[in-house]
Design a protein. Sequence first.
Length: 231
Amino acid sequence: MEPITAPVLPSAPQAPVPPTPVASPASTATPQPALSADFETFLKMLTAQMRNQDPLNPVESSDFAVQLATFSTVEQQVRTNDLLETLGDRMGAMGMSQLSGWVGMEARATVPVQFDGAPVTLTLAPAPFADVAQIVARDSTGTIVQRSDVAAQGGTVQWAGVGPDGTPLPSGRYDLSVDSFSNGESLGETPVQVHGRIVEARNDSGAITLVLDAGQEVAAESILGLRRPDT
């Protein structure tokens, strides 16, 4: 007689064990601003250029100064554009009642000069590393009618508007800029900021326009500075 054996039951299928996820390392590096990264890249390239230059024909130091000054000028313009964009966003939220407080204030903006024989207050910002700076005046045809030396560090000046022979320029509108030089090399021209008293603020189809006492019209977001007029 054969022994009785218990039947072997198939084991229940086991649920697959999900794989343990591998934790990716958290990124703790703080992204650098684009300008900072670009400036570091520029310095690396400049350093590599200095290391690999021909020792028998080295690059003039003035060339390095021009390169650095050019980059610094572009960097300042980008920062200025960012500030103006932020200011413009804020201006969009302002009403006419708030802007009415600007009437009578002295404003700074990059606008042409409306010359009538009286000195005009300007704020100058020559290029960095400049050792010589000149105001360049152009008439309505774009012709240069005056060049006058100014301090290379810039600041606030009074523009008398006189020609090379010392006689006053004719009344009219002039575009002014600052031409900067380093070791005789031109670093380019930068715009001049013109001072003027705000006499009117108006809403032109949703865009706020400010009128200066010399007649220039400036968008509110293009105002670079405000202060109480001198008494």
